[in-house]
Design a binder for this molecule. Structure first.
Ligand code: PEP
Ligand code: MG
Length: 553
């Protein structure tokens, strides 16, 4: 048995066989000399890799044309043309012949020089093409070395593509999503947190345990090895002993608890965070008081394209239908930062977390924004819904967002009565202007995941700085208490939908400062309700005194 310590990305514990996924980044390239007699066979290897890679790009291009659109599909045809460009092909062939080096080394060098030239260009569009050059190089090297991105045992009859398995990988990448059977994945264990944090988002969306920052795990674990992921402590066990399993996984029968937990204590609400229909289904089974956060962007990420108004309407309608008469809060597309929509090919930013994201993205893309609002206004005729604005920065922006919505809601007679608008408090400047923001909306929701990130200038996905990502910090609790005061002054409800609401012991502390509406991963609903019951049974005297004192100071 071997233990790995990492960063807890999503809570929960799971024991299952591993599925090893490889995203070959070709960080180390073999370089060796070849003899005169080997030149021809090396050139043949290169030619074969070129033909195989061109075929792959044609196939991808056709698939993308069918699923996304012709403009997007041209990206791949353009890559094919660059790859087959006479002067590049000549340089590589001459490099192999003249320098008597292996094809991998020559390809790596030629494409690196080419990439450097793109990087130095003034024109942003051309500079961006450096990413295409990297992709082409990676594809050629994959084919040359006959290594594939994908599951280690892909193509073999026993390969489950992640179903009922724990995915072990270097990093969670976008191409992984296309490969895996991710609705049935049981857990994630990755070496790196990942710049794009897709892992965290998907793991949370699916409610599955995940740990990152596990250095060396991909070298140790083999496909089908038994792995135990403890997403609460951030520890992962390779081939755990019976004793360890018993120690880590204590039997909690969620279903049995759910049966006796059919309602939240009076005056409180326990809502569900959801991203896919299955979450809503689970939320209904667990008798959630509604959906407090439906992350609509996950739908777009999964489908890898924009959805039309009708397509969105159908999907939202199903969620509302599943929840019966319980309210559903749809958050408008929260893209950018850790949730890029790759198919939009947004200009690359050096600091995406502070860039073109959330509310800024919506206001800068009125077509996308308005199509979504129109779909939601139609859904409001079917049941009570709420629209939540992501990453609001200040009052001016909040007003602009509300103005952008109003006309579309009024255009659907009867929609306004069933629809409320809310602001997400996840940027410190918005929290400090909460009274003004409340004037424009009907409710507020605290996005503590990002709020902690921006308050303490700490990347929520970077395992190296996780010590500073501290939901216990008194400064955070002071800010939360200020938000509670602003909401009661405005007479507008306030809830919390960040992960800290589901953290053990936090429901009591949140009740203690006056936050009575908590939205959590569906599987945490029974636990949160139990804590709430205990809070009132204990005479409401809980929480660490220092937090209460600070929060109320
Ligand atoms: C948050 O930031 O707390 C939140 C709920 O949104 P997300 O995790 O999707 O950024
Ligand atoms: Mg957020």
């Amino acid at each position: 048995m071997r233990e790995f310590d990492g960063l807890a990305v999503n809570s929960g514990k799971v024991l299952a066989p591993a599925c090893l996924y490889s995203s070959n980044l070709h960080k180390a390239i073999d370089e060796y000399d070849i003899t005169g007699g080997q030149i021809e066979s090396e050139l043949l290897r290169f030619d074969k890799a070129l033909i195989d890679s061109s075929r792959e790009l044609e196939t991808i291009s056709l698939r993308v044309a069918d699923k996304v659109g012709n403009v997007e599909s041209e990206i791949f045809m353009a890559q094919k043309h660059i790859m087959n460009d006479d002067s590049i092909v000549r340089q590589i062939r001459e490099g192999i012949r003249g320098k008597k080096k292996n094809a991998e080394a020559v390809i790596f060098q030629v494409y690196r020089e080419f990439e450097e030239r793109f990087k130095a260009m003034d024109n942003v569009y051309l500079r961006e093409r450096g990413a295409d050059i990297r992709e082409i190089r990676r594809r050629l090297l994959d084919n040359l070395k006959q290594e594939k991105r994908g599951f280690a045992c892909e193509g073999q009859s026993h390969c489950q593509r992640g179903a009922n398995r724990i995915i072990v990988a270097e990093e969670f990448t976008a191409d992984m999503m296309a490969h895996m059977n991710f609705e049935r994945v049981r857990g994630f264990a990755t070496e790196h947190g990942g710049v794009s944090s897709h892992a965290a988002i998907i793991a949370r969306a699916l409610g599955i345990p995940a740990v990152s920052g596990l250095h060396g795990i991909t070298q140790t674990v083999k496909c089908s090895d038994i792995v135990l992921v403890d997403g609460d402590s951030g520890r992962v066990y390779h081939m755990p002993s019976e004793e360890t399993i018993k120690k880590v996984i204590t039997v909690v029968d969620v279903q049995a608890r759910a049966k006796c937990m059919i309602a939240s204590p009076p005056g409180t609400e326990v809502l569900a965070n959801a991203s896919i229909f299955e979450d809503a289904h689970q939320a209904r089974l667990l008798k959630a008081d509604g959906i407090g956060l439906f992350r609509t962007e996950i739908m777009f990420i999964r489908e890898d394209r924009l959805l039309t108004e009708d397509e969105q309407f159908e999907r939202y309608k199903n969620i509302v239908g599943e929840m019966g008469n319980r309210p559903v809060t749809f958050r408008l597309l929260d893209v950018g930062g850790d949730k890029p929509l790759p198919f939009l090919r947004i200009q690359k930013e050096s600091n995406p977390y502070l860039g073109w994201r959330g509310a800024r993205f919506l206001l800068g893309n009125p077509d996308i924004f308005h199509i979504q609002v129109r779909a939601l206004a139609r859904v409001a005729l079917l049941g009570k819904i709420k629209i939540l604005f992501p990453m609001v920065v200040d009052e001016r922006q909040q007003k602009e967002l509300v103005d952008g919505v109003r006309g579309f809601v009024q255009a659907v007679p009867g929609a306004a009565e069933n629809l409320q608008l809310g602001a997400m408090f996840e940027v410190p400047s918005a929290c400090m202007q909460a009274q003004l923001i409340f004037k424009h909306v009907d409710f507020g929701s605290i996005g503590s995941n990002d709020l902690i990130q921006y308050l303490f200038a700490v990347d929520r996905n970077n395992e190296q700085v996780s010590a500073d990502y501290n939901p216990e910090h008194p400064i955070l609790w002071k800010l939360l208490a200020d938000l509670v005061a602003a909401s009661s002054e405005a007479g507008k409800p306030l809830s919390i939908c960040g992960e800290m609401a589901g953290r053990e012991g936090f429901a009591k502390r949140l009740l203690d400062i006056g936050i009575k509406s908590l939205s959590v991963s569906p599987r945490l609903i029974p636990q949160v309700r139990t804590e709430m019951m205990e809070y009132y049974d204990d005479g409401a005297s809980v929480g660490k005194p220092e937090h209460r004192t600070e929060a109320r100071a």
